[in-house]
Design a protein around this ligand. Sequence first.
Ligand code: PGA
Length: 255
Amino acid sequence: MPGYVIANWKMYKTKKEALEFAEGLKDGLSQGGVVVGVSPAFPYLETLSNAFRGVDRVCVFAQNVAFAEAGAFTGEVSASMIEDAGAKGVIIGHSERRHVFKEDPSWMVKKIQLALDRELVVVYCVGETLEERDLGVGPEVVSRQLAEGLGGLEDESKASIRSKETLVIAYEPVWAIGTGRNMEPIEAKEAASLIKKNVSELLEGYVPPVLYGGSVNPRNIQGFAGHFEIDGVLVGGASLDLGRFLPLIKAFERA
Ligand code: PGA
């Protein structure tokens, strides 16, 4: 099971900036096992997929996908379109999609199913809000989100996740995203263990890579990389600048 260090650029970077970053990333990468993900805005998926052609360890991810394959859904982008653009995976259920854009929990399984049908690697995001954490219901919230996204998948897709390892979970406590306030690595490690157990029950033995996300930076990365239960990170702010992103990759190039 590979580790993943994934940049989520959100609505940042022009085409020129994205291409400059891509060139710098190719130059800065050493040999290593961890998969490096780059998630640009939709219009640049194809440009970046082309820029990384032949660089096997870099995967381009979309930041979202529609819950339907085609139809009258203004502003949406389907899994086939993402595949056509050359991307290898997609982030689903990011906290900003759930909370800012009010995505319904019932859409998650549909999105994941369609992405898997196109053989895209799914990074499914889960995590509790500050209010839920204060109420002490964080683990229940995460279990519910996992069940909502994975419980109803077709048996064939569950089997394909097991054989191709195409599902990654990103644990991102909502209160830690973009706030400069990261979760303590020991707590993230405990959450990662619980998620692995939960997913393995839902998917008959499949233990996914679990990434931590939420205010990760070069100063706090060692704390997360030091726990073998944490298989990588999903990074917003610190992924916009190569000087801050490369050390995060290095931290997970562990033996
Ligand atoms: P952040 O974002 O690193 O800026 O907290 C993480 C994310 O949104 O995935």
